[in-house]
Design a protein around this ligand. Structure first.
Ligand code: ADP
Ligand code: MG
Length: 218
């Protein structure tokens, strides 16, 4: 089995982003080493999702810089295209494409090569769901949907994986198991990850370090 590509480090320096009068992220600095998982813990509205969107490229910062392995990917004047950043993202609700099968969902971000099918098989093995390739998302449990979302995010070998409260919609019984499984997968593959949560216990379980966010800063 091929493993995830060499993980790279993330470096956010003095990053700011406002939406009109709302200063969502304010002079925020954060570094993540290769292979490290940092939990980003903070209350609703403190700017966690905005920070992830700045790193992924869905938003552009007003100031500051974001670097992946010393390469500048975002600043007020220069922003690398989303698809060139090689950043993976897992959302709160999984956000699978409802009209595509499990296999098509996982294959979505891969170039159409002969190896794509093999890679889909590999990452489904990684999350323990090889039997479900032909299912539609609505035929999966919430926990299975989140596993597929994780598989989809890992498929293109991202440099950095961003997880935005990925388990908060799951019922407590399921949450414990999928947390642990996800942690095992990330660690076994040395994935560099920023894991967002508003749950202190979850932050402690998942993170090598915890960054506490408050009103747009760390
Ligand atoms: P969190 O993920 O920590 O709950 P967000 O990053 O979603 O926080 O939001 C931070 C602040 O920015 C909040 O006050 C929110 O209402 C505001 N905000 C987020 N996105 C937008 C947007 N697209 N337009 C205007 N305000 C926004
Ligand atoms: Mg959020």
């Amino acid at each position: 089995m091929t493993t995830i590509a060499t993980s790279q480090k993330l470096n956010c320096e003095q990053v700011s982003k406002a939406y009109g009068d709302v200063q969502a992220v304010k002079n925020l600095s954060l570094r993540i080493s290769a292979g490290e998982i940092v939990s980003l813990l903070g209350p609703s509205g403190c700017g966690k999702t905005t920070l992830l969107r700045l790193i992924a490229g869905f938003e552009e910062p007003d100031g500051g810089t974001v670097r992946i392995d010393d390469n500048l990917i975002a600043s007020a004047s220069q922003n690398t295209a989303i698809e060139k950043r090689n950043v993976g993202m897992v959302f709160q609700d999984g956000a699978l494409f409802p009209h595509l099968t499990v296999e098509q969902n996982v294959k979505y971000g891969l170039s159409k090569t002969d190896t794509a099918k093999l890679r889909v098989k590999e990452v489904l093995q990684l999350v323990g769901l090889t039997d479900l390739t032909r299912r539609m998302p609505h035929q999966l449990s919430g926990g299975q949907q989140q596993r597929i979302a994780l598989a989809r995010a890992l498929a293109p070998n991202p440099n950095i994986l961003l997880l935005d409260e990925p388990f908060s919609n799951l019922d407590p019984g399921l949450r414990g198991q999928i947390r642990q499984d996800t942690l095992n997968i990330l660690k076994a593959n040395s994935v560099t990850a920023l894991f967002v949560t508003h749950d202190q216990e979850e932050a402690l379980l998942m993170g090598d370090r915890i960054a506490v966010m408050h009103e747009g800063g760390i």
